[in-house]
Design a protein around this ligand. Structure first.
Ligand code: SF4
Length: 69
């Protein structure tokens, strides 16, 4: 099954992922994005695609799936 994750080495904390897919992403106290625990393999595909397209740092990855177009 495909899983979504955020690369902490790339994330710069713009919060666009949270704005576009709040059911999948959360923002920590320092402003960095994370996948909500338990949502890695269960998410709204369209919203996650939007988040991937809008992340300025290209920090959001989906493993085990075709790259988002
Ligand atoms: S949009 Fe990208 S850089 Fe911004 S918080 Fe989300 S993952 Fe991090």
């Amino acid at each position: 099954m495909a899983e979504v994750w955020i690369d902490p080495a790339r994330c710069q904390g713009h919060a666009r992922c949270f704005m576009l897919a709040p059911e999948t992403f959360e923002i920590d106290d320092d402003g960095y994005g994370h996948v909500i625990a338990g949502r890695e393999g269960s998410y709204d595909e369209e919203n996650v695609r939007k988040a991937i397209r809008n992340c300025p740092e290209r920090a959001i990855k989906v493993i085990g799936a075709e790259p988002a177009s």
